[in-house]
Each structure stands twice: as structure tokens, then as C-alpha cells.
Design a protein around this ligand. Structure first.
Ligand code: SAH
Length: 325
């Protein structure tokens, strides 16, 4: 194999497995040398995703979303070592998600740069939100809300159904002037989208310091700032001392964690404490069979279900607090 060749590893997956495969590729194959090969256009990204078969306007169902996730390795012992780690990782993932064996082939280095640009496409969610990889210039329509993201560095690139469900709900429930709280912000996608949808203030927290770093980078990429847009990002969970301060709260975490946050299992203030009277909370990351448990925990805090969104097995619930009077 010559110096200008790379090994491409490709796996065909549906929407739910894609995020896990992207994470795996980035874990073993993220980093600087990939940045070199695309002239700094996509820092730290080790995975390329091609999406097919989704309906641009209706939003895809996870099971209908077929994707090929690819990563590219340099020749030599280091590349072969990474390839072995990736293949082992995929073997483990196949126990959780049905997916075919990975396909490895040799490609010219220029093909990789080309593939990266060609196939990671903007994704339209709801009527006017476009999630787009950082370097794309999407064909936005007037009134579109464009959210730029570095792919694969923290959870929340739009590849996971739970993120898409939240973005669609935000489009409906965030009103201009609202204060918005995003608990478990990951890539920052929801807070950035809310700011662009007209929220006057957005507050984003995550317990993971890496997520905080990535969310700040993505905010910068979208030119969303504290001074102008009121976006505040800090490490943590449910913020204290802000009771009743937010018209809309989103928490896209797992059902078990959401229930724990309602029940103060993490030594936290209750999940709904920051919610304003008559405010809306978007609860996501919930497998269908756990929806009733989450609703019961929410009901203990006077919250009632007003909307349910579903993609594959994943459910997002919109619950509302009682009005002040
Ligand atoms: N909001 C993004 C990311 C969701 S992934 C999206 O919608 O795509 C869930 C995130 O919640 C992770 O980044 C994880 O670090 C964070 N998280 C997990 N438990 C948490 C807790 N108790 N409080 C705050 N964040 C938490």
C-alpha cells in the first residue's frame, strides 16, 4: 500500500446504531492526523456518515434511516492496530444492534477528503431546523434555523432519534422571548437551536466536562454568545437557585436518570424546580416501555402529559406545569 492510500472501513447501520458506531470510530480513530488529511476542515472527526432513505420534510423514522458509517485509516502498524480495535468494538456492538460485518477496502487519500464532504449532509428536522456539519453551506430557505455541529465529538449530532424528537418539539414549544434550560446538553445542539428559535436566554448544563467543551465550541461555531444571545453553558445538572425561571426545559437523558432527577436521587434540586408556572418540559431519551414510569414521576410534581412524539422505540414526552393561579 502506498503513502497516499487509506483503508476505508464501512458499516451499514440504521439510525439507532449509527451514533454508537460513530462514537466507536471516533474513540479509536478521532484525532489530529485525520484533521491533516482534510486540511483542517473537520477537526477531530474520525467518522463519515452517508444517509439515505429519509424524507426531507416529514423527518425520518429510525428504522427507515439507513446509513453507512465510514472511517479511514492510514497504512502502517498504527493503522492496523486501530483497525483491529475497531473490528473488536464492532463485534461487541453487533451483540446490541443487528448490523452486517464491516467492509474494509483501500482507497486513494483524495477519495477520503471527497467522501467526507460529499456524504455528511445537512438534515432537516421539522419545518425549519437544519442540522448541518460544520463545514457545509446548506441550501437554507428563508426563515430556516441552521445549527452547525462538529460531528461525533459529543452526543447530539442529529443522528440519534432522541435528539431529532427534541429538536422537533423545540420548534413547536419555544416562543420568542422564552428562557430555555437544557439539562444534559451534550453537543449543545438543543440550546443552540433554542437560541436560534428565539429564546431570549438559554442555560445549558452537563455533568460531562467534555460535553461542556464541545457545547462551547459549537456555540462559537454558531456565533451564539452569552452577551448577545444569553447562552450560558456550565458543568452541572439541574441548576439551583433558579426556581420558576424557565418557560421551556429540555432533558434528553435516559428514563432512569430523568426519574432520578425528579426524585432528587443525585443530591439535586427537583428537575421541575426551574420550570415556570404553565411552562413546558420536553423529556426524551425514553424507551417506549418506560414512558409510563417517567410520566408517573412527572405527575408526582404536578406535571401532565400534553404531547407524545415517537421514532422507533424512542419516545419524547412534553409535560406541562400548572398555571400559577
Ligand atoms: N441534549 C443532547 C445530548 C443528549 S445525551 C441531545 O439532545 O442530543 C445526554 C447527555 O446528558 C450526556 O451528554 C450526558 O453527559 C448528560 N447527563 C447524563 N446524566 C446527567 C445528569 N444527571 N445531569 C446532567 N447531565 C447529564
Amino acid at each position: 500500500m502506498s503513502e497516499d492510500e487509506l483503508v476505508e472501513i464501512a458499516v451499514e447501520v440504521d439510525g439507532e446504531a449509527a451514533e454508537a458506531v460513530v462514537e466507536l470510530f471516533n474513540r479509536y480513530n478521532g484525532g489530529d492526523w485525520i484533521e491533516d488529511s482534510v486540511a483542517g476542515e473537520a477537526s477531530g472527526g474520525g467518522a463519515v456518515v452517508e444517509t439515505t432513505g429519509y424524507d426531507d420534510f416529514g423527518g425520518p423514522a429510525a428504522s427507515e434511516l439507513s446509513m453507512t458509517v465510514k472511517t479511514y485509516l492510514k497504512p502502517g502498524p498504527r493503522g492496523r492496530g486501530i483497525q483491529r480495535q475497531i473490528e473488536e468494538g464492532l463485534w461487541h456492538l453487533r451483540l446490541l444492534y443487528p448490523m452486517p460485518e464491516p467492509v474494509a477496502r483501500t482507497v486513494k487519500e483524495e477519495d477520503w477528503a471527497h467522501a467526507w464532504k460529499e456524504h455528511y449532509k445537512p438534515l432537516r428536522i421539522g419545518r425549519r431546523v437544519l442540522l448541518t456539519p460544520a463545514w457545509e453551506e446548506p441550501e437554507a430557505l428563508p426563515g430556516d434555523v441552521v445549527v452547525r455541529l462538529e460531528p461525533g465529538m459529543a452526543f447530539g449530532t442529529g443522528l440519534h432519534p432522541t435528539t431529532r424528537l427534541c429538536v422537533a418539539a423545540l420548534e413547536k414549544w419555544v416562543r420568542p422571548g422564552d428562557a430555555f434550560l437544557d439539562i444534559g446538553t451534550g453537543s449543545g445542539v438543543l440550546a443552540i437551536a433554542a437560541a436560534k428559535l428565539g429564546a431570549a436566554r438559554a442555560w445549558a448544563t452537563d455533568i460531562d466536562p467534555l460535553a461542556i467543551r464541545v457545547a462551547k465550541e459549537n456555540a462559537l461555531l454558531n456565533k451564539i454568545t452569552l452577551e448577545r444571545d444569553g447562552l450560558f453553558i456550565e458543568q452541572g445538572s439541574v441548576p439551583e437557585g433558579l426556581a420558576g425561571g424557565f418557560q421551556v426545559i429540555a432533558a434528553n437523558i435516559l428514563a432512569e436518570v430523568l426519574i432520578g432527577l425528579f426524585e432528587c436521587a443525585y443530591d439535586n434540586v427537583p428537575l421541575d424546580e426551574p420550570l415556570a408556572p404553565g411552562g413546558h418540559m420536553i423529556l426524551s431519551g425514553i424507551l417506549e416501555e418506560k414512558a409510563e414510569l417517567v410520566l408517573a414521576a412527572a405527575a408526582n410534581h404536578g406535571l401532565t402529559e400534553i404531547e407524545r412524539r415517537q421514532e422507533g422505540d424512542w419516545v419524547a414526552l412534553v409535560v406541562r406545569s400548572e398555571d400559577a393561579d
